[in-house]
Every structure is written in C-alpha cells, then in structure tokens.
Design a protein around this ligand. Structure first.
Ligand code: MG
Length: 369
C-alpha cells in the first residue's frame, strides 16, 4: 500500500467564548485547524488534524503545520502508511523538529493502518480500554464565587474531572484552591493549571500555603528547570504539559522526579507514534497521565481518546473535549461526543470519525505522486 495523495485543508474553528490564558495574558477567539486527507493506491483514506491552541501560547502555529507538510510531502509520498515508524523517520529526516507539523500525517497513517487491520486505532496500538473516559472541564473563572458556580454547572452535566485555571494572583489563587477543595466530591479529579504563569517564588508561596490539601499543580512555572529548582521545597504533586514535548523531555522529567503527572498533548508531541513512547516512559516511572488534543475538532479529541484508551485505567486521569468549546463542527453529529462528562471509544475501524468534506471547503494544497 502506498500514499498517493495528500490534501490539506484549513478551517478556522471559532471558540464559543474568547479564551484568556491563565493570568489574563494572551487572548484569542478562534483556532486555526489543519485537516489532512491521505489517500492510498488501495482505496483506503485516512484523516489527520493539527490544531494548535492559538499561536500565542506555544511555539506552534497553523501556517507552520501547512508549511511543514509542504516540505515533507515528497518524503512521505509513496510510503506505506501502515509502516508508521518508516513514515515517522522520513518526516524526521525531511524536517528535524517541528513535531506539531508531523502529528496530522502520523494521525492519518494510524487511521489507515487501523482500518487495514479492521479495528479501532487503540486496539491497533495494542489494546484499548472501553471505560467511558472522564472529560476534564476547563474552569477559567477568576473569583471564588465564579469558580464555584462554573464547577457546579459542569457537575450538573456529569463532569467528575476539572482543570481549574489559576495564575491570576497568588492570594486569589490560594483562596480559590481552598474553596474548591472545601467543596470537592470524593470521586473528583481536580488539577490546578497554572499554564506557566508563576515565578518560582509565586509558585512556592501557593504550593506551601496549600500543602495540607495535597493538590496537583500543572505547569506551575515557565520551564522544566524552574519546576525542578523548587521541587525540593514543597510537597505538592506536579503535572507537566507545556514543557513535555520530546521523548528526551519525558525521560529527564521522569528520571529526575520533576513531576508525578504527564499532560500528553498529541499535536505538541508529534502524534500517536511519538506520544506512545512518552506514555511508556510515564508507566515505567509510576507517572499518571492526562491525554488530550492541543485543541481542535472531534477528530483531534478522538485521536487523543485512542491513546488515552491504551493507558491502564488507573493511570489515566482524564481526557478533553475541545469540541465542546467550538461553534463550528466539521463532522456534525459524528464521532465520540460528550455523554454526561465522558467520551466513549468509537468501535469503527480506524479513527472512527471523518469530517464532512463540505464543511472543509476546497483544499489549500494537494500533493500527489
Ligand atoms: Mg495545562
């Protein structure tokens, strides 16, 4: 089987509510999605998506994905998409780094590989859990009262996992954490996501003030070095996501005991093939995981759901449904949807969802053999 054509589509996905990153910095109201259609000489078609969470958040952006695919297209043309390692190496040779640009092609290859095997991607990767996976909420409220109100709205919809955005101010953060913890239910999974907003001193102040609550903080500081430097001075579990990009990052963070939780974002780390290795590093070091898209449609959410299903249930904290934050749906009514705050693995062979091509417009680029 050979890849014979790569079609690239660009779609702006508007957010229902404008997004402010923790701390009030960086606002955006739409995300730039790239969809990739891989066609083969045997008729199987695979779909990939790459949707960074805006371009002000991290060094990845929509136009970069499309430029990267242009550079890599001739290197992957003619390869067998079922040989995901061969395709991965071709992309790494064609364009070192730029992992986020490679993820959509890797995703489309897995879609084809799993279709060829007649099973969902999670099973093609070795076996997928059918547990309904809890979706993490995204609680961007600023005050104690607002935070409580937003979380209660999520709870009414069945959510048991919450990502509470903090980093707006040390005293406010402490007050909000204490209030959330005072009202949390026994079965709830709560992560306090700082999105790199704190300095080392600010992080220490909050982490020490809430030490008796044993809460988990995600990405408290800008760099892994910052997080490692304060590690001996507090007792709080730490999750890393923004600075978990490469396998080398994962090995270092795991080996040096810098974090107890990994937030694996599929587009950031370069797709399923590379993410699976990070998963295994986590499992080998007793590290639990959140597995998510960086953003995007039901396709991106579903890709993450497949990887999440390959993590033993007790080590998988939650997934995400970015689709619920969007006002445009490229696959109306199709694929895994939010059911009482949970997502269920699709049973169709492959990814289990494909876009309605009329929702994508004309391709912005087509490469053929
Ligand atoms: Mg995060």
């Amino acid at each position: 089987m050979k890849i014979t054509r790569i079609s690239v589509y660009q779609v702006d996905l508007p957010l229902e509510y404008p997004y402010w990153l923790s701390g009030g910095r960086l606002r955006f109201d739409s995300i730039d999605a790239t969809f990739v259609k891989l066609e083969t000489d045997e008729g199987l078609v695979g779909w990939g998506e790459g949707t960074p969470w805006g371009h002000t958040y991290l060094p990845s952006h929509g136009p970069g994905i499309r430029a990267g695919i242009e550079t890599m297209a001739s290197w992957v043309m003619g390869l067998d998409p079922r040989q995901v390692l061969t395709v991965e190496r071709a992309m790494d040779l064609a364009l070192p780094g730029h992992l986020y640009a490679k993820a959509p092609i890797d995703m489309a290859c897995w879609d084809i590989k799993a279709q060829a095997m007649g099973m969902p991607i999670a099973d093609a990767m070795g076996g997928g859990s059918r547990r309904p996976q809890p979706i993490a909420s995204s609680v961007g409220a600023k005050t104690v009262a607002e935070t409580r109100a937003v979380m209660d709205r999520y709870r009414e919809r069945g959510y048991i996992a919450h990502s509470v955005k903090i980093g707006s101010g040390v005293d406010d953060d402490i007050a909000r954490i204490r209030d959330v913890e005072a009202h949390r239910a026994d079965n709830e999974i709560i992560l306090y996501d700082c999105n790199r907003a704190w300095s080392r001193q600010e992080a220490l102040k909050v982490m020490q003030a809430t030490e008796n609550l044993y809460v988990t903080f995600e990405q408290p500081c800008e760099t892994t070095a910052d997080i490692a430097a304060i590690r001996p001075m507090h007792a709080a579990p730490v999750s890393v996501d923004e600075t978990l990009v490469t396998l080398e990052d994962a090995v270092k963070i795991a080996n040096q005991g810098i974090a107890e939780v990994f937030g694996i974002k599929l587009n950031r780390v370069g797709g399923l093939t590379k993410a699976a290795r990070i998963r295994d590093v986590a499992l080998a070091h007793g590290i639990d995981m959140f597995v998510m898209a960086t953003g995007g449609s039901v396709l991106a959410d579903t890709e993450a759901l497949h990887l999440a299903a390959t993590v033993p249930d007790r080590h998988l904290k939650a997934v995400w449904a970015c689709q619920d934050m969007l006002t445009y749906d490229v696959a109306p009514g199709k694929g895994p949807r939010n059911v009482q705050g949970h997502l269920n693995l699709p049973e169709e062979p492959g990814l289990g969802v494909k876009p309605d091509e009329t929702m994508l417009g004309a391709p912005v680029a087509v490469y053929s053999a």
